[in-house]
Design a binder for this molecule. Structure first.
Ligand SMILES: [Zn+2]
Ligand SMILES: [Zn+2]
Length: 67
C-alpha cells in the first residue's frame, strides 16, 4: 500500500519542502478499461487532494482506481 510507505504528498514536498498528509494515490499511467494493469510502487504518487485535482484538470475518471 503506497500510502503506508509514503504518507506525505510528494508534490507538496517537492514544491515547498513541507510535509502534507497525502489523501490518495495517483497513478502515473492511465488505467485501461478492463485491463489487468497493476500499478507498481514506481508508477504511483502519494498526493493530497489539491495536487490530485491539478493532476486531473478535467476531473478524475470514475473508472480509475484511486486508493
Ligand atoms: Zn500536495
Ligand atoms: Zn490520479
Amino acid at each position: 500500500m503506497k500510502l503506508a510507505r509514503n504518507p506525505l504528498c510528494e508534490l507538496c514536498l517537492a514544491e515547498t519542502g513541507r510535509p502534507v498528509e497525502a489523501k490518495m494515490v495517483h497513478h502515473l499511467d492511465p488505467v485501461t478499461e478492463g485491463g489487468t494493469f497493476l500499478p507498481t510502487f514506481e508508477e504511483t504518487q502519494s498526493v493530497c487532494y489539491k495536487h490530485h485535482a491539478i493532476l486531473h484538470p478535467k476531473g478524475v475518471i470514475k473508472s480509475s482506481i484511486h486508493a
